[in-house]
Design a protein. Structure first.
Length: 132
């Protein structure tokens, strides 16, 4: 969110309890798979309950209601890191330097930057429609 390079699979469309992982057919991490997904083991559902509480808290936070709080954090990070954000490894899909930008338009391309406004709207829609 705000760094304009990298694979942008649409994680905002993935249900928070999904047993799928972004860019994969299924969740391989047993910690996630057996505690918070729809396939959680009965003995661990208390962890999913805590996860659900945290999701609710985040969904009701000011950051998810407007861009103001996110923009403040973003501007602080930009001021601190804009001149030094150089990857320590070479990425195959990196053609230019990384740049900071709040602009973006996710219209289906995997390599596009999604604006935080689009991300917030989409993830809140996904969250609101998610069911266990």
């Amino acid at each position: 969110m705000g760094i304009t390079r990298g694979l942008n699979k649409n994680c905002a469309e993935l249900d928070p309890y999904s047993d799928r992982a972004v860019c994969a057919d299924r969740q391989e991490n047993p910690l996630i798979k057996y505690t918070i997904t729809k396939k959680a083991k009965p003995a661990f559902t208390y962890i999913r309950d805590k996860y659900t509480e945290k999701l609710k808290t985040l969904s009701e936070s000011d950051m998810m209601k407007s861009d103001d709080d996110f923009n403040k954090m973003y501007e602080k990070a930009k001021a601190n890191y804009e001149d030094i954000i150089t990857p320590y490894i070479t990425f195959a899909n990196q053609e230019d330097n990384f740049t900071f930008s709040l602009e973006g338009n996710k219209d289906g391309g995997d390599m596009e930057n999604m604006s935080f406004e689009q991300f917030r709207s989409q993830i809140m829609n996904t969250y609101s429609s998610s069911k266990l």
